[in-house]
Design a protein around this ligand. Structure first.
Ligand code: BG6
Length: 367
């Protein structure tokens, strides 16, 4: 797992060079005219995924809605059978699964495909798969596959495959924005430069490892942990809590920081530490107000901040992890890394086999 966490700068570089070459400024993929017509006329995007891939889907939802202006619905593959999304016309379905084999996700895609096949042309299935295993069962179900190109991931807890899912999802959001003419050429250039700055910024975040290892030493006997994020970072709060659960068996829960105030805050006391993803962006003031309340209940707080954080913010915290500043929509790509490292180091200091956690496997067969 540690090797795979440290593989991330290179994995991202490979993915960027594949999807967003230096010359990227217009549609990269040569679409057929019928596909272009379909994408121009999209009403909705539906996403199916489980676990970490579901969290990547939540971030994709934010990016596609904000960049391309297309409404996105996301449903866990494990919930689709009980609560299928209402069928909408001119819809692109996206399955995200690093293994390409997770039965819950595949079953949801197959069910949706089957029910749509009997409908009129506007409701016919158009399926895209995002996977690290292009030769998997997913690719046989879908019309198009976007490989995440992260290389082999052996650790059960997804790290570099999650990271590259994010890169591919951002690329997809840009492509949809381009085809829908929802984004200016200059904006594409800005995003392109920000993306190519990522490998160096990821390396800078990885340099926080010694600080994180020390925090892990301090937190090794914790039984519970809350992870908070706002806006797009709510999905990283969920992913960070999942990493902690999967590898350390700490009871960790991720929340949107605003929603956490409506009930769950009753859990807090000095024995329940809180990790807050709090970049200096439009969500910052509200997050700091939330953290003042958290502090008043005695919880220790780790803040995942950006380098422009104010001294008053840092003084609220027991530990401050300072990340390079980056445009708001891309912060999840950096903010997940300290959570991966913290989960890894707590698990190792607890004497656990971090690569093969109990009760879970890399792929799920039919239940
Ligand atoms: C779960 C694993 O069963 O499957 C998670 O425990 C994983 O770690 C999830 O994120 C989804 O896997 P995949 O291969 O569909 O991305």
């Amino acid at each position: 797992m540690l090797k795979e966490i440290h593989d991330q700068p290179q994995a991202v570089q490979v993915c960027l060079e594949h999807y967003l070459p230096t010359s990227y400024s217009a549609l990269h993929t040569p679409y057929s005219s019928s596909l272009t017509a379909f994408l121009c006329d999209l009403n909705e995007v539906h996403i199916f995924a489980c676990g970490s891939s579901y969290h990547a889907g939540l971030i994709a939802q934010y990016w596609i809605e904000q960049l391309a202006g297309i409404p996105v619905r996301i449903r866990s593959g494990s919930e689709f059978q009980e609560a299928p999304l209402p069928m909408s016309a001119n819809t692109l379905m996206i399955g995200i699964t690093q293994s390409g084999e997770t039965a819950d996700t595949l079953n949801a895609i197959a069910l949706d495909k089957q029910r749509r096949a009997a409908q009129s042309p506007a409701f016919q299935p158009h399926l895209l798969g995002i996977t690290n295993q292009p030769a998997s069962a997913l690719s046989k179900l879908v019309d198009w596959t976007l490989p995440t190109l992260a290389g082999t991931e052996i650790g059960v807890a997804a790290t570099k495959t999650f990271m590259n899912q994010l890169i591919v999802c951002f690329y997809l959001a840009l492509e949809l924005a381009l085809v829908c003419q929802a984004i200016a050429h200059e904006k594409i250039q800005i995003h392109h430069a920000e993306l190519y700055a990522l490998p160096a910024k990821i390396r800078a975040v990885l340099e926080l490892e010694i600080q994180i290892k020390n925090i892990a030493q301090e937190w090794v006997n914790q039984q519970h942990c809350i992870v908070l994020g706002r806006g797009i970072n709510r999905a990283i709060a969920l992913e960070g809590a999942l990493k902690l659960k999967e590898t350390t068996y700490i009871h960790a829960e991720g929340y949107g920081a605003g929603e956490f105030m409506h009930g769950p805050i009753a859990l807090l006391d000095a024995r329940i530490p809180v990790i807050a993803i709090a970049p200096t962006d439009s969500t910052h003031a509200a997050m700091i107000a939330n953290l003042r309340k958290v502090k008043s209940h005695g919880s220790p707080i780790i803040g995942i901040l950006t380098e422009d954080a104010a001294p008053e913010t840092i003084s609220l915290l027991d530990h401050a992890l300072i990340l390079p500043a980056i445009a708001n929509p891309l912060f999840p790509i950096l903010s997940v890394i300290p959570l991966q490292l913290l989960a890894y180091h707590i698990a190792v200091q607890r004497g656990l086999n971090v690569d093969k956690p109990r009760n879970i496997t890399k792929t799920l067969s039919d239940q």
